[in-house]
Design a protein around this ligand. Structure first.
Ligand SMILES: [Zn+2]
Ligand SMILES: [Zn+2]
Length: 304
């Protein structure tokens, strides 16, 4: 195992490519991605800065990179037939205003969290060394983190719909009754922090208990969670949307109704919490609730 810390400083060069060449020569057993990773930490000579810059770049690239296809889709009338709330297409100005606030929040509130990420990970023993863990291990750990995040999200989000919390915190996120990709992180800094805690608490708890988590697994989880949040806000429902194949997956259809009706559908990735606790939103859920009422009223009459 090779530690990605400054102990490898003799291999550090003036440029990243020079450092990579040194790593490439000395660590032939590593794969290409592992060499890139090790060269980055060796070149930076400062783990906090190396992780901080990498996290920030990753967050911006993934957030805006994933939102861009939705901006393009909004501009193409052919896609209108798949839009859930067809009459509410975001204007260019709305998209620009939304992206500006999200950027402002990334470079003020979130930068502090991102910078504190490495010391935090080190404290809880997250692994940053190479070689990387196996794909299977990463996959089952990420599945566990998704289940944990969804649970946190359900309760925190439901709590934020309580009057005083809604008015002081969550209202900003509900500015758009028909959401679009860029609006995923359009929220009060308090909300960003509370939901952000939900994203990192699962992996941190898991690592504290098992002492077996690589920071790369955490990165993959955060990237997939960003994809999930942006897609859930896209406002589009396709015949090939994931929830048609995985019925418990929430997707855009689930969250769009939440923005439209302001009530119900509180979870992020899965549908089970809303189903079990009867907080599903939309006309179908209302119909089911009505039928249930009629049935229980009929049952009561029979007993009498
Ligand atoms: Zn809400
Ligand atoms: Zn939302």
């Amino acid at each position: 195992m090779f530690n990605s810390t400054s102990s490898l400083s003799p291999l550090a060069q003036d440029t990243y490519s020079g450092t990579f060449e040194q790593i490439d020569m000395h660590y032939v057993s590593l794969n290409y991605a592992e060499k890139l990773w090790l060269a980055w930490y060796t070149y930076m000579q400062n783990d906090i800065l190396a992780t901080g810059l990498m996290s920030l770049a990753m967050h911006e690239a993934v957030y805006f990179g994933r939102s861009l296809p939705w901006v393009i889709i909004d501009a193409i009338p052919w896609f209108r037939k798949y839009k859930i709330q067809q009459h509410k297409i975001p204007t260019k100005y709305e998209q620009f205003q939304c992206a500006s606030l999200v950027l402002l929040s990334h470079f003020t509130v979130e930068i502090v969290q991102i910078w504190g990420f490495h010391p935090f990970c080190q404290f809880f023993g997250l692994d940053t060394s190479v070689p990387f863990p196996s794909i299977t291990k990463m996959a089952y750990q990420i599945a566990i983190f998704f289940i944990m995040e969804d649970t946190w999200h359900y309760w925190a989000h439901r709590a934020m719909h309580w009057g005083p919390l809604y008015r002081s915190v969550h209202k900003i996120h509900h500015q758009y009754s028909a959401p679009f990709g860029l609006a995923a992180e359009y929220a009060s800094p308090i909300e960003v922090m509370v939901l952000g805690i939900g994203t990192v608490t699962g992996p941190i708890l898991y690592c504290a208990i098992t002492r077996d988590l690589h920071i790369l697994t955490m990165y993959f989880f955060i990237v997939l969670r960003l994809f999930q949040a942006i897609d859930a806000h896209s406002g589009y429902e396709f015949p090939w949307s994931l929830h048609h194949f995985l019925p418990f997956w929430a997707g855009a259809e689930h969250h769009d109704v939440h923005h439209e009706r302001f009530i119900g559908n509180y979870s992020s990735s899965f549908r089970w919490w809303d189903y079990v606790l009867d907080t599903e939103a939309g006309p179908e859920a209302a119909k089911r609730r009505r039928e249930k009422k009629i049935q229980s009223a009929a049952a009561r009459k029979k007993v009498q």
